[in-house]
Structure formats: structure tokens, C-alpha cells
Design a protein around this ligand. Structure first.
Ligand SMILES: [Zn+2]
Length: 168
């Protein structure tokens, strides 16, 4: 093993590249959140393909807390995002690419290249109001996230929580 590492830089891996399906080319913009993709949304979260790729590299590909297969999938999506052309078009993110950003809406909203279309106003906003509240239920911390547009319409709502373990 040590010799292999010295010769080739990295140890051989048995991890098989995930079989993922992506269109031949990527549009300039992608819808990565909508009621069709997740029931948390009543708006459309839109991001430029370039901005999404800039986010994937540090947050997913270089994230050692993620599994090798997930990182390999993120790397393949990143390669696909590089195929984007400045065609001005927006399309819904393909399912296999959505799988790696499905839980990242809160980390992406209000970042560069991201916007949210309020379906009530029909307006696309670069920044929206994000409100997070938590309720401490002793062994369970309930966390609620709400996004609203400047006119007060609900854009996104998510209820989650963290189980607290009490160490003696
Ligand atoms: Zn609105």
C-alpha cells in the first residue's frame, strides 16, 4: 500500500463511480427548489450553473465528512455544470444532480448568483427574508425555517430538529 501511495499519489479504491444520468449540456440557470422538487417550497429557487459549481467545490467535493460515493457524484455533477453555456435559459435540475443539493437550500439562498421567484408576486428577488426559530423540548430541539418575500408571501418553510443526548 505504501509503495502504491508513493508511486501514484493515492491508494487504489474499490469505490465504483455512481451511475448517474445528466443531459448532454447544462443551461445557464437551474431551478434547484420548487414545489415539484420539494414540498418545503412554494417558490422557485434559481441559481446560475456557474455559482452552483463554485459552491459545490468547497462545500461538497472538499468536504471530508461526506461519503466517497457522494463526493464522486458531486464531482460528476460539477463536471456537467462546467458544460453550461451563457444561453440565458433556465431548466429544472435533473434528478441525479438534485440528489446532491436536496438538503442545501438554506445554505444557498441569498448567496451570489441565487434568486427566488415568488409565485404570488411573480417577481424574482435576489434577497429574501430568512427567519429561523427554535423550540427547546428538552431532549429535542425543534428548528423551523421560513423564507418570505419583501411583501410577506411565504416562499419556503421547513421544520426539522435535533435530538439532544445528555452525557453524564
Ligand atoms: Zn411575494
Amino acid at each position: 500500500m505504501a509503495i502504491w501511495k508513493n508511486l501514484f499519489g493515492t491508494a487504489p479504491t474499490n469505490a465504483k463511480a455512481p451511475d448517474i444520468s445528466l443531459p448532454a449540456a447544462c443551461d445557464e440557470f437551474l431551478v434547484i427548489g420548487s414545489p415539484d422538487l420539494s414540498e418545503d417550497f412554494c417558490s422557485d429557487l434559481i441559481i446560475s450553473s456557474k455559482s452552483l459549481n463554485d459552491w459545490i467545490k468547497p462545500n461538497l467535493i472538499n468536504n471530508t465528512a461526506l461519503s466517497g460515493e457522494f463526493i464522486e457524484r458531486a464531482r460528476r455533477v460539477s463536471g456537467w455544470l462546467e458544460t453550461h453555456t451563457n444561453n440565458g435559459k433556465a431548466s429544472t435540475i435533473p434528478a441525479d444532480a438534485y440528489a446532491i443539493v436536496a438538503n442545501s437550500a438554506s445554505g444557498l439562498v441569498n448567496t451570489t448568483g441565487t434568486s427566488v421567484r415568488c409565485r404570488d408576486c411573480g417577481v424574482i428577488y435576489d434577497r429574501v427574508e430568512v427567519e429561523e426559530s427554535s423550540t427547546d423540548l428538552e431532549i429535542y430541539l425543534e428548528i423551523s425555517t421560513r423564507w418570505t418575500c419583501p411583501r410577506g408571501h411565504l416562499l419556503y418553510s421547513e421544520d426539522g430538529g435535533i435530538h439532544m443526548s445528555i452525557a453524564d
